[in-house]
Design a protein around this ligand. Structure first.
Ligand SMILES: [Fe+2]
Ligand SMILES: [Fe+2]
Length: 274
């Protein structure tokens, strides 16, 4: 089996984390990673059969097999059944770049989305929206469009916040003309017989006639192609756009009394018991 070195290191939390692991821990992690990849490959390639997606009922039956809920943010659960890791403290006046490096890392998915948006010549508002669209998954997963928009809203253009809030809804609805298909990943994680709840259906109806429909739609278009494990990405190429469109508070994110400051503080200190 071929091992993608970068993807493997990223799956463990990046080179800094790997550097702290001893030989035994590394060997064990590699074995675990290979097992998982193999399971995935078997699931996809079994005698050329297409992957069998679970049903909603099958996914529901898994709930009581876990010590955590699927909606918990990635900062709050160990990855692949492992214990959580010690986090580096945030600097006293943290910037968006600090959060990217110390809390959202490895952030491959959003960086790849934004890279694609940049390569295809999209507006800076859309590139920024792509860069930020799933960052809130570190904090919480259900309704991540709404949570994500709320987290960033005090600091970014209205169009970017709109795109982040509503990409979650549009992910459920194909748009052939825009080049967006329903993702296989959603059959996998929601069940192949899943129907979005009424509020998502109502939000979609509202969006279809909205003058800004294409803003969240373009986030979904970039979302779809954003899982290339070989792509090399970093926050650096986006720092100019961040500088132009992200109003970094001088007190640091979390300490400016904005409506979402507490969300940033929670990201900074996810080990606090209260
Ligand atoms: Fe998303
Ligand atoms: Fe995404």
């Amino acid at each position: 089996m071929e091992i993608d070195r970068r993807a493997f290191i990223a799956s463990l939390g990046g080179p800094a984390v790997v550097a702290m692991m001893d030989h035994e821990a590394k060997a064990e992690a590699l074995e675990h990673y290979m097992e998982e990849k193999l399971d995935e490959m078997v699931a996809q390639n079994q005698s050329g059969q297409p992957e069998k997606f679970p049903t909603v009922a099958e996914l529901e039956a898994q709930i009581e097999t876990r010590p955590y809920r699927r909606g918990a943010g990635t900062l709050f659960t160990g990855q692949r059944g492992q214990n959580v890791k010690i986090l580096q403290p945030m600097p006293p006046k943290p910037t968006l770049k600090d959060y990217f490096e110390l809390r959202f890392a490895p952030a491959n998915h959003v960086l790849q989305s934004a890279t694609r948006a940049m390569k295809t010549g999209m507006s800076e508002e859309i590139i920024l929206a792509c860069l930020l669209h799933d960052c809130v998954l570190s904090l919480i997963k259900p309704d991540h469009g709404w949570w994500g928009a709320q987290l960033f809203e005090p600091y970014i253009p209205e169009k970017s916040a709109f795109a982040i809030r509503y990409h979650q809804t549009l992910r459920f609805y194909p748009d052939e003309e825009a080049g967006y298909e329903y993702p296989d990943q959603y059959y996998r994680i929601f069940g192949h017989d899943y129907t979005p709840p009424q509020y998502i259906q109502d939000t979609y109806k509202m969006l279809k006639n909205h003058k800004w429909y294409m803003e969240p739609r373009l986030v979904t278009v970039n979302d779809l192609y954003a899982f290339d494990p070989n792509a090399k990405v970093s926050i650096e190429p986006f720092l100019d756009i961040v500088g132009r469109h992200f109003k970094q508070p001088k007190e640091g994110l979390g300490y400016d009394n904005s409506p979402s400051a507490h969300m940033w503080r929670t990201l900074a200190r996810p080990d606090n018991p209260l």
